[in-house]
Write a protein that binds this ligand. Structure first.
Ligand code: 4AD
Ligand code: MG
Length: 467
């Protein structure tokens, strides 16, 4: 089989590096087939871009291949690229050679009609061939590239933090255990407890919930770093915004305080949206038309806005005025629920809001205690339609304050597993800050897709790890 003179549809429709008149061979999947008396039409898509190309077959009755073609077949289609007379397309192929590579019987579940997202999740192995998931996966790839470009251009170093870890970065106890001990009969110690010393790592181990703690070790050596990797949460919340496996981008900066952190978060999001609009223009036209009308305007609005920065205590005051409309209680010391976050961004400010300086009781042990002694230098970036998209903080760099706060939170400052983290405060400690951006939440925001299961190729959520 000759694949050598293959031309990608993107080089015809997007890059326009192939000129009409040339003979090209396309390799792709059949979207539709129409056979008339005089001519036959075959539309194929090869995944390289949103557009498909139509092949025109003269004397359809003489073509035995045409009559065997069905939606979903993979084919090789060779012919001359010509400007099309037809409406809505610039080019077509005058087919000289058409060959079926892989048949597709009529049980192929992706027929040319609108399928529900629920149905498509059941066939996650085939949905990348649909318009929506083709666009999503191309955009996901480009956005990942844009994220690297943003940080690399700013002199941040890309760090690979471990996926298997023995520390619970968020202290929320939402970790998946990694073990090789037999589940039905684990070894026990004298007291009858499981003897983790006999486990693979001679210690309890988990999938990471965040690369932050290890990121801090690298930032306090290299200055500015970022991670971009998978993270895992065994939190049993079956919502449209929570996945059990998701990708997080975590910049960490030495010599940076909370306002520097907010500045980076705001600039990063705006630059990312600019990148999306300019580098993923083709996909964005699709999402704007089919998934969320006004999407492009929404992103431009954010790019041109100044994010609202609101201390937690002020946010609570705003929410209290509307308390009766909420399901969950509002008041100092209560964590903000999604309905509160959405009210602030969608009803009150109508743009992204950075809520900062949270009560220390409701935030993680590593956050820096403010001068008031009551709050910590935490910040959450909330976006309309989604709620929390970024969570971050200035880290506690003072050894004595960190140890005291750990005790207050019921943690053991002598815990062997955390000594390395405390060492960062023992030796050459520096003020430092960072945050985590959920990659899937970002994709939801820029595509308008409203369920996190639809912005990652193979989602993992409670009771679902298929494929
Ligand atoms: O707010 P989180 O839990 O913060 C951290 O993990 C910090 N260690 C980050 C840091 O400071 N370096 O998570 C950060 C972001 C959230 O704002 C959200 O966008 C996303 O990660 N996120 C989730 N995305 C999908 N599914 C989940 N279950 C998520 N949990 C958090
Ligand atoms: Mg958070």
């Amino acid at each position: 089989m000759d694949y050598k003179n293959r031309v990608k549809i993107s080089s015809i429709l997007v890059d326009e590096s192939v000129e009409s008149g040339q003979t090209v061979a396309l390799l792709g999947w059949v979207r539709t087939v129409r056979v008339g008396k005089e001519v036959g039409f075959v539309e194929i898509n090869d995944g390289s871009c949103r557009g498909s190309l139509q092949g025109v077959i003269a004397n359809p009755n003489e073509s035995d291949v045409l009559h065997k073609l069905t939606t979903g077949c993979s084919v090789r289609m060779e012919g001359q690229l010509v400007e099309s007379q037809g409406k809505g397309q610039k080019y077509e192929i005058q087919v000289k050679n058409l060959k079926i590579i892989g048949k597709s019987p009529d049980t192929f579940p992706l027929q040319k009609k609108r399928h529900s997202f629920e149905f498509l999740r059941e066939i996650a192995h085939l949905r990348p061939r649909s318009n929506t998931f083709g666009a999503l996966n191309r955009l996901r790839s480009k956005l990942a590239y844009g994220i690297h470009q943003y940080f690399q251009n700013k002199g941040f170093y890309y760090i690979h933090t471990p996926i298997i870890t023995s520390s619970d970065a968020e202290g929320a106890g939402e970790m998946f255990r990694v073990t090789t001990l037999p589940m039905d009969n684990p070894p026990k110690d004298e007291s009858g407890a499981i003897d983790w010393d006999k486990d693979f790592f001679a210690a309890e181990a988990f999938l990471t919930v965040s690369g932050q703690l290890e990121g801090e070790a690298l930032a306090t050596a290299l200055g500015d770093i970022y991670t971009f990797g998978p993270t895992f949460r065994a939190e049993n919340s079956n919502t449209s915004r929570h996945a059990s496996e998701f990708w997080m981008i975590e910049p960490e900066m030495a010599w940076a305080e909370l306002t520097d952190n907010m500045d980076l978060a705001e600039d990063f999001l705006k630059e990312l949206f600019k990148f999306t609009l300019s580098e993923c223009a083709d996909e964005m036209v699709f999402f704007n038309q089919w998934i969320e009308k006004g999407l492009i305007d929404k992103l431009e609005g954010v790019i041109n806005s100044t994010f609202e920065r609101l201390p937690y205590t002020e946010a609570v005051k705003v929410l209290e005025k509307n308390a009766s409309a909420f399901e969950f209680p509002v008041g100092y010391g209560q964590d903000l629920q999604s309905e509160h976050e959405r009210y602030l961004t969608e009803e009150v400010f109508k743009k992204p809001v950075i809520v900062y300086d949270y009560p220390e009781e409701i935030k993680s042990f590593y956050m820096r205690v403010s001068d008031d002694g009551k709050t910590v230098g935490a910040m959450d970036v909330l976006a309309p339609g989604i709620g929390e998209i970024i969570g971050g903080s200035q880290r506690e760099e003072r050894l004595d304050v960190l140890l005291a706060r750990m005790k207050k939170k019921g943690m053991d400052p002598n815990d062997e597993a955390l000594q390395w983290f405390i060492d960062l405060r023992r030796y050459g400690s520096v003020p430092h800050s960072g945050f985590g951006l959920g990659f899937e939440r970002t994709l939801m925001y820029v595509t308008g897709l409203s369920n996190i299961r639809d912005v990652i190729p193979f989602p993992r959520v409670p009771r679902w790890a298929k494929f």
